[in-house]
Write a protein that binds this ligand. Sequence first.
Ligand SMILES: Cc1cc2nc3c(=O)[nH]c(=O)nc-3n(C[C@H](O)[C@H](O)[C@H](O)COP(=O)(O)OP(=O)(O)OC[C@H]3O[C@@H](n4cnc5c(N)ncnc54)[C@H](O)[C@@H]3O)c2cc1C
Ligand SMILES: *[C@@H]1O[C@H](CO)[C@@H](O)[C@H](O)[C@H]1NC(C)=O
Ligand SMILES: *[C@@H]1O[C@H](CO)[C@@H](O)[C@H](O)[C@H]1NC(C)=O
Ligand SMILES: *[C@@H]1O[C@H](CO)[C@@H](O)[C@H](O)[C@H]1NC(C)=O
Ligand SMILES: *[C@@H]1O[C@H](CO)[C@@H](O)[C@H](O)[C@H]1NC(C)=O
Ligand SMILES: *[C@@H]1O[C@H](CO)[C@@H](O)[C@H](O)[C@H]1NC(C)=O
Ligand SMILES: *[C@@H]1O[C@H](CO)[C@@H](O)[C@H](O)[C@H]1NC(C)=O
Ligand SMILES: *[C@@H]1O[C@H](CO)[C@@H](O)[C@H](O)[C@H]1NC(C)=O
Length: 539
Amino acid sequence: MKPLGSSLFPFAFAFLFSFFWATWAHTHENFQQCLTLGSENSSSISKVIYTPSNSSYSSVLQFSIQNPRFSTPATPKPLVILTPSHVSHIQAAINCSQTHGMQIRVRSGGHDLEGLSYVSDVPFVLIDLIDLRSISVDAENSTAWVQAGATIGELYYRVAEKSRTLGFPAGITSTVGVGGHFSGGGYGTLLRKYGLAADNIIDAQLIDVKGRILDRASMGEDLFWAIRGGGGGNFGIVLSWKIKLVHVPSTVTVFTVNRNLEQNATKLVHRWQYLTAKLHEDLFVRVSLTSVNSSQEGKRTIQASFESLYLGGIDELLPMMKQSFPELGLVREDCIEMSWIESILYFADFRSGESLDVLLNRIPPTRNYFKAKSDYVQEPIPELGLEGIWQRFYEKDGETGLIVLTPYGGRMSEISESATPFPHRAGNINKVFYAVFWEEEETAASERYISWIRRLYSYMAPYVSKSPRAAYVNYRDLDLGTNGKGNTSYRRASIWGNKYFKNNFNRLVHVKTIVDPANFFRNEQSIPPFSSGWKKRGD
Ligand SMILES: Cc1cc2nc3c(=O)[nH]c(=O)nc-3n(C[C@H](O)[C@H](O)[C@H](O)COP(=O)(O)OP(=O)(O)OC[C@H]3O[C@@H](n4cnc5c(N)ncnc54)[C@H](O)[C@@H]3O)c2cc1C
Ligand SMILES: *[C@@H]1O[C@H](CO)[C@@H](O)[C@H](O)[C@H]1NC(C)=O
Ligand SMILES: *[C@@H]1O[C@H](CO)[C@@H](O)[C@H](O)[C@H]1NC(C)=O
Ligand SMILES: *[C@@H]1O[C@H](CO)[C@@H](O)[C@H](O)[C@H]1NC(C)=O
Ligand SMILES: *[C@@H]1O[C@H](CO)[C@@H](O)[C@H](O)[C@H]1NC(C)=O
Ligand SMILES: *[C@@H]1O[C@H](CO)[C@@H](O)[C@H](O)[C@H]1NC(C)=O
Ligand SMILES: *[C@@H]1O[C@H](CO)[C@@H](O)[C@H](O)[C@H]1NC(C)=O
Ligand SMILES: *[C@@H]1O[C@H](CO)[C@@H](O)[C@H](O)[C@H]1NC(C)=O
């Protein structure tokens, strides 16, 4: 902690907070009473309510904050945190928040890139689903029910416990929560064969604004469509997902081949872009770009890391790579055969012989400050364009920059743009993830790094999708536009909405208008309902 007075910020915040607190104390007391009365399970609800006067309030809040940028003294905190252990607790919270004029934020894994699952400018209740995370795997039928508070690591672990030839196509970092992740899509190493996590959801339980528990049959196909890719926090609280598990072979092969500029990295990355769409759907090769120390003392270079999962053995992979990407020079020694669940550990960077149990750990090994953005590439970036990226990595604030290019093709290009709200399908050759990391606490540092990533993003404009310049909702980025305070207009929301959802944005607004007309579930980038009132006002 900095000494008090080194900045007015914490002080002003403390003042504002106590002001809110005094104003809301009364409301909040009634709110708590409402919770206790409203819950069928009143005996157990008091054990899951935390206010700032409970000693574990801070640790419960911080446990799932994945980005310390949203955990400073100036970050607004919830008035109440609820960690439901029973569905009736959620129903009571939805009911009482409405009757007492409080907003809610829902958190599953806490990876929201802008912290929207646990930060809000207005007085709010945090519903943290950490204790609703049971997983039941039906290996015989290749399905599973997974509660929203589970992480993808826990899901992979439970699936592997039952079968080594079943898997699920979701993300790479094991601490990501299924609540937010499946709501926005969910990319991982199986996407070229099976699409996204959201493409493999077959039923769900959702608690709506009226506190009803709906399943696929009772919510109807429009709402069921909307919750599979339309982004978390819009339509209700997902309690659990029913997913279709997919077949994985008992042996898969992984490799990581690093090439720097002296080893033709520019040419290789350039060439890779022409291949991705054409490779066999069992083969996934992504590229991570970073700047690293060169072997020449004091110099830096760019490293392109080709990271791959092949759904089969080395003997099939080698000829396939030799035929399609001989320039990479892949050799047998680069390749490791393992089970699919071990490849999950490998991609999550657990490469020192850790036991599968690390997948159950909800706290990642490190949590750095970061800012991220996304793009879609539809025409290969020319070598000159790549060299401009390298220049930006050489800037001082770019040393901790990262770009990950995720290949398209296969199943991703077969699914139609309107099958789910997630529209980024055929026509893309790769998805770009940009990030920059830092450790310094000061606001000035974060401003410098964020400014660097914004400059990189503007530099990329000529090389990526246009009209709209598309983005991935799970890489939430408030630079793309935000709703106004309170209610927002359709016109204002469509600025960011068209980037995430393209032509599906209108259908999402339509669904929202039917299921949550008063816009109870809202945040800085939530789908707005149509409202005659706002249309007249224009904003
Ligand atoms: C370190 C890191 C690694 C990542 N890796 C990948 C990856 O490999 N592939 C990929 O596709 N994405 C990845 N992401 C992005 C990730 O998919 C999104 O951040 C996702 O939304 C996280 O879900 P969560 O439950 O952890 O987050 P949360 O912050 O809990 O939730 C995200 C959003 O969903 C809402 N929400 C949460 N739970 C529910 C619920 N039960 N019902 C309704 N709304 C809900 C929240 O209110 C919030 O708006 C990564 C992000 C990080 C920070
Ligand atoms: C009350 O909650 C407990 C645990 O939270 C649960 O086991 C029990 O079934 C619930 N009872 C009712 C009546 O809902
Ligand atoms: C928080 O404090 C209140 C008041 O002392 C108590 O009733 C409640 O059970 C506490 N919550 C938890 C989770 O311990
Ligand atoms: C909240 O619960 C009360 C009592 O169960 C009920 O009468 C009321 O209609 C509910 N309100 C909402 C907004 O669901
Ligand atoms: C598989 O599904 C069928 C039909 O839904 C069901 O009857 C059966 O019990 C399921 N198998 C298991 C092991 O649950
Ligand atoms: C780089 O590419 C050239 C031809 O394009 C080739 O001759 C050379 O061997 C490559 N260098 C390395 C280190 O692979
Ligand atoms: C890279 O080089 C710098 C100085 O040239 C040194 O301080 C730093 O530790 C090096 N980093 C790594 C990862 O070797
Ligand atoms: C938003 O609009 C809804 C529906 O018209 C209305 O009930 C609500 O009070 C409005 N909220 C704000 C903050 O203006």
